[in-house]
Design a protein around this ligand. Structure first.
Ligand code: ADP
Length: 484
């Protein structure tokens, strides 16, 4: 069970004080009792002496010579006389210890046989019974003991005073105990409260919530301790924050690594898949050549197919290499100020024959606008977009190619009248090897790398590429690059 320091300190102090006061009271009471006894004994002795002096004077003045006859004759008068002087019951005994006279004979007799031999032997002796003290003093005339005188003294006032003193001292001890206990509790309350707050602060640090540490404003050891704990909390909070941010960085790095791993796996899977088709065709024709060695016509046809597949394979390898280089190595761009229109004219010439072959009309609208870019990259972007506009167009369709300046950006736009791209696939087409439908291209030229390459190049040049539907049907790709 938890014991509060507040109560323990209070109880300890109060107990110490109680012990001190009790010891002091015992000493005081002992001294009172001692003083009372000394005073009382002195009074008794005085009474004995007064009685003896009186007896001696009376005896000398009397005509009776025999001491026993004197005492027997004068006993009643003597006890009355002593009673009058002292206000106490006085009893007179002869030399044999027998009662001769009692000033208050109506009171019950008191047995004092045990003390009598001492009194008869000339000694003063007394005994206390309750509130009454029986004092026996030897009586003598001039040269011999003639009897014993007994005084019965009431000591109730003396006992009452002693009792009262005892009670008062005990009450005082009780009051001091309670006051000390309460005072110590009240005094140590702020201390224990501060300690409780420090305990809570330490618990908060332990639970990993150092921001909850309380700072005590005190100019004592507790204040110093609180300051130390507060600084400790601050340091731990700072370290925890640093740790959390490091953890976040690490988590992001792990996520990135995982994503990169997945991407790598997908990429390798796709490359393997894409390379398998032309290789299968090449292998099939090579087998045919081997089987029909003498068939010249077949040889010619196989050679044409093998050539076509090899050039496709080589184009794919080039594209894959470019894409990989762009993703994994520091891609070196040779940037210069380029007239975009001029670049596009060259690109159009590049695909002109193909477009003509498909009966496509090509419309060009080039406004004067310059970019600071790598010529090779711009050419690849334009040729890829034009190539797609041809591949995915309808027979006798149209391709519009424009360049202009808008919002401080150089824009390159390639629009076609082809099959179009659904909304859900407008993002996916920029993924490497993503193809909507191979049959769309009209031949097997599709590899799914073109747009990924275009997007990568555009981003390397600090631009953006977007794809929208043409109002008249078809697709419009827009590339925005920083103006030179
Ligand atoms: P591909 O070699 O298949 O053309 P791309 O990365 O250039 O690879 O294009 C990805 C896919 O996007 C294509 O398979 C095609 O389905 C679609 N696509 C690209 N350009 C167009 C376009 N102009 N019109 C319609 N579909 C297009």
């Amino acid at each position: 069970m938890k014991q509060s320091i507040k109560f323990k300190t209070g109880f300890f102090l109060a107990t110490i004080l109680l012990i001190a006061i009790t010891a002091l009271s015992a000493l005081v009471l002992f001294n009172i009792r001692n003083y009372q006894r000394q005073e009382f004994e002195r009074t008794l002795m005085e009474r004995g002496e007064i009685a003896n002096d009186y007896i001696k004077q009376t005896y000398l003045m009397e005509s009776i010579v025999d001491p026993q006859a004197f005492i027997h004759t004068r006993a009643a008068a003597l006890v009355k006389r002593f009673d009058l002087i002292s206000g106490l019951r006085v009893v007179l005994y002869d030399r044999d210890g027998e009662i001769i006279a009692d000033s208050r004979s109506y009171l019950p007799t008191v047995a004092v046989e045990k003390m009598m031999p001492y009194a008869l032997d000339g000694q003063n002796v007394y005994v206390q019974r309750g509130n009454t003290v029986h004092f026996l003093t030897p009586l003598s005339n001039t040269n011999q003991q003639i009897g014993v005188l007994r005084y019965d003294d009431d000591v109730s006032a003396m006992n009452a005073f002693y009792g009262l003193m005892t009670k008062r001292l005990m009450s005082m001890a009780g009051i001091v105990f309670v006051v000390t206990l309460v005072g110590a509790i009240v005094f140590s309350h702020p201390l224990t409260k501060g300690l409780a707050q420090l305990t809570a602060s330490a618990a908060a640090i332990e639970a990993g919530r150092p921001k909850e540490v309380v700072r005590l404003v005190r100019k004592d050891e507790l204040g110093e301790l609180s300051e130390a704990i507060w600084h400790m909390g601050e340091t731990i909070a700072r370290q925890m924050n640093a740790l959390h941010s490091e953890q976040d960085k690490l988590r992001h790095a792990v996520d990135d690594l995982e994503a990169m791993g997945q991407h790598q796996k997908r990429f390798i899977g796709n490359v393997t898949h894409e390379f398998r088709t032309p290789l299968t065709v090449i292998k099939a024709y090579a087998d045919l050549i081997q089987m029909y060695e003498s068939d010249r016509e077949l040889h010619g046809e196989a050679a044409a197919y093998i050539q076509k597949e090899v050039s496709r394979l080589s184009e794919m390898v080039n594209r894959v290499l470019r894409l990989t280089a762009m993703e994994h190595y520091d891609f070196q761009l040779k940037c210069e100020v380029l007239n975009l229109g001029e670049c596009l004219e060259v690109a159009v010439q590049h695909v002109h024959g193909k477009a003509q072959h498909r009966g496509l009309e090509m419309i060009q609208a080039f406004e004067p606008v310059c970019v600071y870019a790598d010529r090779e990259a711009v050419m690849q972007i334009a040729i890829n977009l034009l190539d797609n506009a041809i591949k995915y167009n309808r027979p006798n369709g149209r391709i519009t190619i424009r360049c202009f300046e808008m919002d401080q950006m150089a824009c390159l736009e390639v629009a076609d009248t082809g099959v179009g791209i659904s909304e859900s696939e407008k993002t996916a087409i920029f993924e490497p090897f993503y193809r909507i439908d191979q049959s769309r291209a009209g031949d097997d030229e599709s590899s799914g790398i073109g747009l990924a390459l275009v997007k990568g190049l555009v981003e390397k040049l600090g631009g953006q590429i977007t794809v929208e539907d043409e109002v008249t049907g078809g697709t419009r790709f827009t590339v925005r690059m920083p103006i030179a």
